[in-house]
Design a protein around this ligand. Structure first.
Ligand code: NAD
Length: 328
């Protein structure tokens, strides 16, 4: 009996063919990640998804044959893991596939912010050449603060060190050896925000990280901070951020993620010259896309051939136990 695999979102063609060539799979694709065809959902044994497919109780009630879900993402706040556990569905993710891409985008935003690349670009395109108005800062010798020293935070820290920066970090759950390997001082959250010239967030979406950067912190941040967020939009209170920008407390801000996506066309964030915005493209390199698709295809094959699992969800990490986030 063939296992039906429903792919709900973008998936690399090579990995699609890899699955299709296996005689024990029937592979079908959904036209839209949000609206899954009921005739396939009710008979699917496996779903391969990305973050645009929300997995909740309602969907699981329909998918009565479902054994496994693989999300080609590192984040998993689009999946109600209480519900998947209740319905006995195995869930796996691909957390290593986009470390490089997300770290690289973080650095793309940092470099745009510190060299004012976005403003320079706009000026030249407008046929203007006011060189004196575009100034930046050097990275060497300055302090980089990492909030969340996990997979991406650690890679971002390594790159900061390659620029000759002093890296400090806050992560209450990371093992000491994460800090020791790169000789990064383990600071409190307040200390990081007070000392960093540049700070970037690499935390998961949890109840604890929701609005973990808000007015109370902007009051004491290092004035002239360059702030970057490529993790989850819920981490920063956007109203409070706009207030801090208007008060001139931040040199510049780079954001790939927002409280509500897509970003509202009326958002004040669109109006500030010292803010660089990207549309949640941290995992959008060709390489990360191919890696995540193939890793997912391999996990699926292993699961049905010999029951093997890896990177299962919920993760066995202290922060998840402390304050999980429930997908809506
Ligand atoms: P990870 O699990 O490896 O690292 C997260 C780190 O955050 C862990 O070390 C954890 O201990 C720490 N943490 C948890 N709660 C914390 C808290 N309250 N305060 C400080 N630290 C805390 O995850 P990762 O793979 O490095 O991904 C980091 C984030 O980046 C996730 O939110 C993920 O969804 C997001 N991400 C975004 C994109 C994008 O397209 N922009 C791409 C990939 C990943």
């Amino acid at each position: 009996m063939k296992k039906k695999v429903l792919i709900t979102d973008r998936f690399a063609q090579d990995s699609f063919l890899f699955l299709q060539q296996q005689s024990h799979f029937e592979v079908v694709r959904a036209d839209s990640p949000q609206h899954l065809p009921l005739e396939h959902l009710v008979t699917a044994n496996a779903l391969i998804i990305r973050s645009r497919t929300i997995i909740n109780e309602e969907l699981l009630k329909k998918a009565r044959q479902l054994q496994v879900i693989i999300t080609c993402t590192s984040g998993f706040d689009h999946i109600d893991l209480d519900a998947t556990q209740k319905w006995g569905v195995t869930v796996m993710h691909t957390p290593t596939a986009n470390i490089e891409s997300a770290s690289q985008l973080t650095w793309g935003l940092v470099l745009s912010c510190v060299n004012n690349l976005h403003q320079a670009h706009k000026m030249v395109k407008a046929g203007e050449w006011r060189r004196d108005e575009i100034t930046g800062i050097e990275l060497t010798g300055r302090t980089y603060g990492v909030v969340g020293l996990g997979r991406i935070g650690t890679r971002v820290a390594e790159i900061a060190q390659a620029f000759g920066m002093n890296v400090v970090a806050y992560d209450p759950y990371a093992e000491d050896n994460n800090f020791e390997r790169l000789k990064i001082p383990r600071l409190s959250y307040e200390e990081v925000l007070k000392t960093a010239d540049i700070a970037s967030f690499h935390v998961p979406k949890t109840l604890e990280t929701e609005h973990m950067l808000n007015r109370s912190h902007f009051e004491y941040i290092h004035r002239g901070l360059v702030l970057i967020n490529t993790s989850r939009g819920s981490v920063i209170n956007e109203n409070d951020l706009c207030e801090a920008i208007e008060k001139g407390w931040l040199r510049s801000v780079g954001l790939d993620v927002f409280e509500k996506e897509p970003l509202n066309r009326n958002s004040k964030l669109l109006t500030y010259p010292n803010v660089v915005l990207t549309p949640h493209i941290g995992a959008n390199t060709e390489d990360a896309f191919f890696k995540a698709s193939q890793v997912a295809a391999n996990k699926l094959t292993g699961f049905f051939i010999d029951g093997s699992t890896s990177d299962t969800l919920p993760p066995r990490v202290p922060w998840y136990g402390a304050a999980p986030f429930k997908a809506e």
